[in-house]
Write a protein of this length. Structure first.
Length: 278
C-alpha cells in the first residue's frame, strides 16, 4: 500500500511518514467478533503502577482473531481487509460457506474475493492453512503453532514470516526472522505466505502526541531523578549516574541474562543472533 508523507506545514508534518491505508475497509469492525478492552495504564489489581511509562491510549475494541484456523475443509472468501489498532498487521474478514465469519491475520498479496481453506493436503496457496508436514521445504509461512492445536504463536506481526527448512523424524525445522532455528512437531499448523503491512517498520511518528494515542507515556531518565527515586539520581551538577546502568530496583540493565531455563530449550537448534553480530 505504500508510505504517505505530508507537506511541511508544521514541524511534526515535516518528518511524519505513515502507511497509506486508503484501500482498507473504512467502516466499523464486525460487531460480533469484537469485545471491549480495558487499558490497565500499567497498574495491577491494587491500582499500583507495576509497568512504568504506560497510559490508557485511545479507546479501542479488541478484534477476536482466529489463530487456530479450525474451519477444516470449509472454503472461505475474503470479504474485506481491515485495520486493527491492537496489532501491527492488517486483518481479513472471512465469510465461510456455512455463512459464519472469522477474522484472520491478513497475508501479503491477498485480495478481496480470494478463496482460502484450512486442512490437510491442500493447495500451496497464500492464505491456506495446513500442517507443516504438507508444506514443501523453503516455503515462507506465518502464524505457526508451537503446540499441536494450540493456535498460531510465531510470525504474527507485520511483515514477518518463518522459513520451513526441512524435516527431522517427527519434527519440522523452521528458521525464524530473528535467526533462531528450532524444531516443532510436523502436525503443527501454519499459514502460507508472509504477514501483511511490511512498511510498518518505516513509520516515523512525527510528534509525541502520536505516542500518547498509542498509550506510551514519557519515560524519565534515572540521572534526572533524586537519589530516593533511582540509583542513578542525585549528584552535584550533571552526572553520568556513577555506576553501571541499572533499573530503579538495582537490577543490571545491560548484559544481564534473565531468561530462565525452559522445557522448550531442547527444541532450539541455534539461538538468535545478537544485535552486533552480522
Amino acid at each position: 500500500m505504500g508510505l504517505k508523507t505530508y507537506k511541511p506545514y508544521t514541524k511534526s508534518t515535516r518528518t511524519t511518514v505513515l502507511v497509506d491505508r486508503k484501500n482498507l475497509w473504512k467502516g466499523s469492525p464486525y460487531k460480533s467478533l469484537t469485545r471491549g478492552k480495558i487499558s490497565s495504564g500499567g497498574r495491577n489489581n491494587l491500582g499500583r503502577i507495576t509497568s512504568r511509562a504506560k497510559g490508557a491510549g485511545h479507546k479501542k475494541r479488541y478484534r477476536i482473531i482466529d489463530f487456530h484456523r479450525n474451519k477444516i475443509d470449509t472454503t472461505g472468501k475474503v470479504e474485506r481487509i481491515e485495520y486493527d489498532p491492537n496489532r501491527s498487521s492488517y486483518i481479513a474478514l472471512i465469510k465461510y460457506d456455512d455463512n459464519t465469519r472469522n477474522y484472520i491475520i491478513c497475508p501479503q498479496s491477498i485480495k478481496i474475493g480470494d478463496s482460502i481453506i484450512s486442512g490437510a493436503n491442500k493447495e500451496i496457496k497464500v492464505g491456506n492453512c495446513m500442517p507443516l508436514n504438507d508444506i514443501p521445504p523453503g516455503t515462507q509461512v506465518h502464524n505457526v503453532e508451537l503446540v499441536e492445536g494450540g493456535g498460531g504463536k510465531l510470525a504474527r506481526s507485520a511483515g514477518s514470516s518463518v522459513t520451513l527448512s526441512g524435516f527431522d523424524d517427527e519434527y519440522a525445522i523452521i528458521k525464524l526472522s530473528s535467526g533462531e532455528t528450532r524444531k516443532v512437531r510436523r502436525n503443527c499448523k501454519a499459514t502460507i505466505g508472509t504477514v501483511s503491512n511490511p512498511d510498518q517498520k518505516n513509520i516515523k511518528i512525527g510528534k509525541a502526541g502520536r505516542n500518547r494515542w498509542k498509550g506510551k507515556r514519557p519515560l524519565t531518565r534515572g540521572v534526572a531523578m533524586n537519589p530516593v527515586d533511582h540509583p542513578h539520581g542525585g549528584g552535584e551538577g550533571k552526572t553520568a549516574g556513577g555506576r553501571n546502568p541499572v533499573s530503579p530496583w538495582g537490577q543490571s540493565a545491560k548484559g544481564l541474562k534473565t531468561r530462565r531455563p525452559q522445557r522448550s530449550d531442547k527444541f532450539i537448534i541455534s539461538r538468535r543472533k545478537k544485535r552486533n553480530e552480522k
